[in-house]
Design a protein around this ligand. Sequence first.
Ligand code: HEC
Length: 477
Amino acid sequence: MSHSRNKWGLLIAGTLMTFALASSLAGQASRATGAASLAFRNSVDTPPPDWHGPVFKLSHDYPKSQPKCEAPWLKRQVSFTNPDPQWSDWQGYVQDIIDYVKKGQDFKDGWNTDVGGQTRWYHVPWMAYDGERGREFVHGLTNELSTALSSFVTSTRGVGRGSGRHTLPGAKSTGGVNPQFETWSVGMYNPCGGWSIGQAFPPSGEPATYSKSGQNYARGMPFPEGTVVVKVLNTTATENDVPYLKGSTTWKANGHKQLSPTEYTLCDRQVRDVHLIQVDLAVVDSRSPTRWVYSTLAYDGKDYDPSKPGSIWDRLKPLGVQFGNDPMSFPAVAQSDSKPLHETVLAPISISEYEHYGCSRRLAGTVDQSNSSCVSCHMGAFAAPPPYLNLQGGTIPAIFNFCDMCATYNTANSQYFSDYTYPATFPSNGFTSAIPLDSSLQLAVAFAQYSTYKNPHALPLACPDAKATRKASSGTH
Ligand code: HEC
């Protein structure tokens, strides 16, 4: 790799980068042995002595050879080019994925990584590094908004997706106060995806990268067909705040201590209840213009009847699918040239109560940003070659809240809403040194965290370790 010629190197040049690289070289020898233990640790905190509930264990015994994975949806005859697609064309496809994912999961004690005596789900390393937002000990949940790349590296400095706080659509505002609810989530890859992750992060905990014809890559990329990813998103809102949360799960999470309806601490953690609100799905399908198909399930407990509780899965409703960004639609093109969307297919359900769409009705989930969409945000999954820092708009593409995101037709929006496919560089040849991560934003977080670890003086963590909770109330969930 020829670091000195990189465009981003010049852009971010000056004190930060010089400092970052120098400190990383100086620190290399003494910290080398620590990488594996930090990469694969279970959580940033530890259970208090009186804890009797579940304790999260990182699933990282990644398959050593590429497995075969059952993927019945790949046999479905769906069209990725139909200009007027219907939800009925896609319903069976999404149901096949749900059937695969829900096997062995009742949400009682958390997400089971073992199904039928075999490891079915694997976690991403390095997500228990940052004490502010990193994995908590009960279910391995991370503070969702904060796991944004920019947030990890800019921490409390107000850049990027921000503070880790979020307003939930549909929540009641009381007495002029608009309460903020945190989202705590955990993502898992099936054995096909787990194989890729184990290639990118071998047991040393150091990312495995290489360069070929002047381009930088991570080993194991792209994810093979058969890859399935699921992400379980939980909110601190209750059914009193958000009526359709009736009958949702109650998991414990060592989340941030809440100071007021709108304020949370950064480092102090406290065990509290969180409730399932959204389940995200993503699969590799080589027929897709982006190689990926995304779907999201919204929890809907409106009609929940405690005398007939049924299964949580019955109350998780698909909102649609998205397999591309619709680059011929606003704001990728001018409003006057905009074609109807055909790479997002929305399910015809009444979603007004608990859902907002993404940008111009592209797909987004209940607690996602409404000026983005699944595919536009995810195709920005890149990492600066280690040990360079991951700075959105500097060394890697900006994926959260850039100026005028979704608001006007401009270059940034037409890049953000284009159809990217691995192994291309980000559209319009920006960030040419950045490593493409085939739309895995968790891997992007892992790389970002690793680089933060390698540059401890350039960007010190706001909370090196989450403060352990004392006198936690223990529970079974
Ligand atoms: C504005 C950005 C953004 C949007 C919009 C978004 N995501 Fe993500 N997503 C992330 C980030 C950041 C992560 C990684 C950190 C984490 O898991 O908390 C992630 C993680 C995931 C994962 C786990 C695998 C991975 O790539 O790391 C899945 C699956 C996923 N998202 C699906 C979806 C789906 C489905 C939608 C749309 C309904 C969606 N996402 C919308 C930012 C976004």
